[in-house]
Design a protein around this ligand. Structure first.
Ligand SMILES: *[C@@H]1O[C@H](CO)[C@@H](O)[C@H](O)[C@H]1NC(C)=O
Ligand SMILES: *[C@@H]1O[C@H](CO)[C@@H](O)[C@H](O)[C@H]1NC(C)=O
Ligand SMILES: *[C@@H]1O[C@H](CO)[C@@H](O)[C@H](O)[C@H]1NC(C)=O
Ligand SMILES: *[C@@H]1O[C@H](CO)[C@@H](O)[C@H](O)[C@H]1NC(C)=O
Ligand SMILES: *[C@@H]1O[C@H](CO)[C@@H](O)[C@H](O)[C@H]1NC(C)=O
Length: 373
């Protein structure tokens, strides 16, 4: 267990699966078991292996941004036999670009953000970039914002669904923030939209978090305590707010996730950093507020969120448990069609690695949950 931080793959074992999703009554019949802990073949402790995680079908992607002092890398693992399939690095990048600080996968396409990537020929500016890799793990595109400025942090978040890629740039225009949409046409990624909030202000950090599902795009702006939804013509259709959390200090929008019609928004500052996550349905009505059953201050519950079907995974920064400051991730399921979510499991480590970031980063695909260990 020496060396780089590890990732664990957990299998969600459900008692029944019904057409509409998971039937979680009784919740006690749900089981999540640890199936594997994976490490980078060449990892070092300083690598921050597990800075970001993503999973789709048989591929798990893991970011390691300090890799090799420190261009960063993304590792691809096979979730069936747990072998390391590939190590992705960007072509022509320099150190400290944060490659691997954000990543996303859909089908065989992997997107990796590098928010501190330097652009410009004559004058070098730290604007950020995102890199796209194909089924052969070759880099097929480097995405940048044509209007990018210094410290835009383009690539701070990335999301992909089918042919659409969304890249957040929370630092854009004095941290007002923006998100850019690229669509694959004839094998090329073409920029089709620049998203901004219709009421955006400086320091809102719009684009700190992002998610996409089919034609729907969600962008978080946590300093504004909001998440914005855009439709297939890239028009803003909704500004999501928490029913009860103040716009200031709740950090609602720090993390976002979407699956079909369901949107999840993390608010780790809620109730003096105990944290909460809010669930919205297809009419943008808040249908649930998720909390850890054992949540306390400074858990930062909601730092990251993931959703697949009716199952939501919420990551924390430092959940207190019997051991002290060990991290955890929580699994929630929708109880039938009632839109009421119940906590199904708490994922934590039984070791005594107290300053662990276990559960800080989370991903889910079908019955596979991946979390930083
Ligand atoms: C799920 O809903 C059913 C019917 O409303 C209820 O009887 C059951 O207790 C619920 N399960 C949980 C775990 O809340
Ligand atoms: C993963 O491993 C399984 C079993 O070895 C193999 O059949 C499958 O093709 C692999 N998938 C990928 C994406 O490498
Ligand atoms: C992906 O996009 C293509 C082209 O827009 C479309 O034909 C196809 O149905 C989409 N697939 C899925 C799974 O959404
Ligand atoms: C997208 O939203 C805009 C603004 O509400 C609306 O005018 C437009 O019709 C919507 N487009 C689609 C395809 O729903
Ligand atoms: C969202 O929830 C509200 C309140 O329960 C309900 O009236 C509405 O029909 C729901 N919308 C969808 C698309 O499920």
């Amino acid at each position: 267990m020496e060396g780089a931080r590890s990732l664990v793959l957990l299998k969600l074992i459900v008692a029944w699966r019904v057409a509409s999703g998971f039937d979680v009554s009784p919740a006690s019949e749900f089981e999540v078991s640890l199936v594997e802990t994976v490490f980078a073949s060449d990892g070092k402790t300083s690598d921050e292996f597990g800075r970001a995680v993503a999973v789709f079908e048989e591929r798990i992607v893991i970011g390691a941004y300090n890799e090799e002092e420190s261009t960063g890398a993304a590792y691809v693992f096979n979730s069936t036999d747990f072998s390391q399939i590939a190590k992705l690095t960007p072509v022509g990048e320099s150190d400290d670009d944060c490659f691997g600080c954000a990543l996303a996968i859909y089908g065989e396409t992997i997107v990796v953000g590098a928010a501190y990537s330097i652009q410009g020929e004559e004058e070098e500016v730290v604007t950020g970039a995102a890199f796209v890799f194909d089924a052969t793990y070759a880099q097929i595109a480097k995405l940048t914002a044509k209007d990018g400025g210094e410290d835009d942090e383009f690539g701070w978040c990335v999301a992909i669904h089918n042919d659409t890629i969304v890249v957040g740039a929370p630092g854009h225009e004095s941290k007002t923030g923006a998100a850019y949409v690229f669509v694959r046409r004839n094998g090329q990624y073409v920029r089709v939209a620049k998203l901004t909030a219709n009421d955006g202000r400086e320091t809102d950090l719009f684009g700190y978090s992002c998610a996409v599902y089919e034609d729907k795009i969600v962008v978080g702006a946590y300093e504004a305590g909001a998440a914005y939804v855009f439709n297939e013509t890239y028009a803003q259709v909704e500004k999501l707010l928490a029913s009860d959390a103040p716009e200031d200090g709740s950090y609602f929008g720090r993390s976002v996730a979407i699956y079909a019609d369901t949107i999840v928004v993390g608010a780790y500052g809620e109730l003096t950093t105990t944290g909460a996550a809010y669930v919205f349905n297809g009419s943008y009505v808040q249908i649930a507020k998720l909390r850890a059953t054992d949540g306390v201050e400074d858990d930062y519950f909601g730092r990251n969120v993931a959703i697949y079907d009716d199952v939501i995974v919420v990551g924390t920064e430092s959940a207190d448990d019997d051991l002290g400051e060990a991290g955890a991730a929580y699994v929630f399921g929708c109880n039938g069609t009632s839109s009421s979510y119940v906590q199904l499991a708490k994922l934590s480590e039984d070791g005594n690695n107290l300053d662990d970031d276990f559960g800080l980063y989370v991903a889910i695909y079908e019955d596979q949950i991946v979390t930083r260990a």
